[in-house]
Design a protein around this ligand. Structure first.
Ligand code: GRF
Length: 203
């Protein structure tokens, strides 16, 4: 299956997914990595892995709609079966989401439905939570609100810093995102009107 990954930053999840494709733990091939920022560090990492890259800067567009239309056209050029958001820090329009519905996954660093949006680690610490985690979900029109496919929990220890917590969550991201991408690549996972379905079972 053909995978396109969208990034804005360091792209460590992108690299991890590309590596898992290479060692056949994911039944897919990363055919392109696209960033919305010219300076995204992940672009160089993708190039080093021999993956096609593209930068489509949102600054060159006047509206969210026009950017997302251009982005959708660019993504379609690669004819993806799966589109993976991996630290892609933009809210996508309803049209974009609908165009790729059922093929579009995101990873969000919280135990959804808790802490949608930004600064999840800081918010978990501020609230004195004793556990935190990460969620992989189908993308729908509601921000960080699509059906959750898989979550991993991590403990929060007294005195944890935001960086320590982020690091602990990242380790779990590298475990769970490849699994879900593999499930989608092997047609075990589907988005239905009722929600996410794995092997015919509603999650
Ligand atoms: C991850 O924490 C992910 O959960 C969030 O953005 C971060 C991306 O990190 N959506 P990286 O670019 O994959 O290193």
């Amino acid at each position: 299956k053909r995978i396109v990954i969208l990034i804005s930053g360091s792209g460590s999840n992108m690299v991890n997914i590309a590596e898992q494709c290479a060692n056949q733990r994911i039944a897919g091939l990363v055919v392109a990595v696209i960033a919305n920022k010219a300076g995204a560090a992940g672009i160089k990492k993708a190039e080093a892995l021999g993956i096609d890259t593209a930068v489509l800067s949102h600054r060159d567009f006047e509206s969210r709609e026009s950017y997302d239309q251009a982005l959708a056209a660019l993504v379609e050029e690669y004819q993806p079966d799966v589109v993976v958001l991996a630290g892609f820090m933009r809210i996508l329009t309803a049209d974009f989401v609908q165009q790729f519905q059922g093929r579009l996954l995101n990873i969000h660093p919280s135990l959804l439905p808790k802490y949608k949006g930004l600064n999840t680690h800081a918010r978990a610490l501020e609230n004195g939570d004793t556990e935190h985690g990460v969620s992989v979900h189908f993308v729908t029109e509601e921000l960080d609100g699509g059906p959750v496919v898989l979550q991993a929990k991590v403990p929060i220890f007294p005195g944890d810093t935001e960086e320590e917590l982020q690091q602990r969550v990242h380790e779990q991201e590298y475990r769970i995102y490849p699994l879900v991408v593999h499930w989608l690549c092997t047609d075990r996972l589907r988005l239905t009107a009722q929600g996410a379905e794995l092997d015919g079972q509603l999650l």
